[in-house]
Design a protein around this ligand. Structure first.
Ligand code: SAM
Length: 191
């Protein structure tokens, strides 16, 4: 089976070109993107959180699955890369926040989310508890980049192993690990 995506967000080519121009190489893999679309489509009227906007490729995949009543909050520390997403994704369903994801998670006091894509340090390697707390019962939490890469800094593999072990031990989430795309974990809140 060819497992590459069969449908792409209309905004993806321009975002990819802008990422290339900006030297930004951290956008999500297209297979991960296609899963983001499906998960976003599975929660009509849903509230979606992305931690780490980058240039907006993950945002575009999420928007492609979201219905008109869904809303996405996307948080990014680097204003310059997020400016690309802001410029190219002119969509009232997304709110871009520029700032540190950890500080945002600590100060956020709004309603929880149906889907959390934690694609940066906060919400994944730090502030994990807070990110999981913000998932509604029945909601999903997704992380990628879990398969070893040659450019990982010393100690990162051990940090990933600790994260996977911590998530596996929780009673309030059911998890599945996928050695697919860049290595994913999807968790659903049961408690
Ligand atoms: C893997 S990239 C995000 C890719 C994007 N989600 C996508 O799917 O295309 C991670 C992003 O996190 C941002 N970042 C790094 N530290 C951060 C922090 N403390 N808070 C928020 N964003 C951060 C980086 O600037 C980078 O753009």
């Amino acid at each position: 089976m060819d497992d590459s995506p069969q449908r792409f967000p209309a905004t993806l080519p321009v975002l990819r070109a802008a990422a290339l121009d900006a030297g930004f190489a951290m956008s999500c893999d297209e297979r991960t993107g296609s899963l983001l679309t499906v998960l976003a489509a599975a929660c009509p009227g849903g509230r979606v959180l992305e931690l780490g906007t980058g240039v907006g490729e993950g945002t575009a995949w999420l928007l492609d699955g979201m219905d008109a009543a869904s809303h996405l909050v996307s948080v990014e520390l680097d204003a310059a890369v997020q400016a690309i997403a802001r410029a190219e994704l002119d969509d009232t369903r997304v709110t871009f926040v520029t700032g540190d994801g950890g500080e945002w998670l600590e100060s956020y006091d709004g309603p929880p989310f149906d889907l959390v894509f934690a694609d940066t340090w906060p919400g994944k390697f730090t502030h994990l508890e807070r990110a999981l707390e913000l998932v509604v019962p029945g909601g999903m939490y997704l992380i990628d980049d879990l398969l070893p890469q040659p450019n990982w800094p010393d100690g990162h593999g051990a940090a990933v192993d600790r994260l996977l072990a911590e998530l596996a031990e929780r009673d309030d989430f059911r998890t599945v690990r996928l050695s697919w795309s860049t290595g994913l974990l999807v968790a659903a809140r049961v408690g």
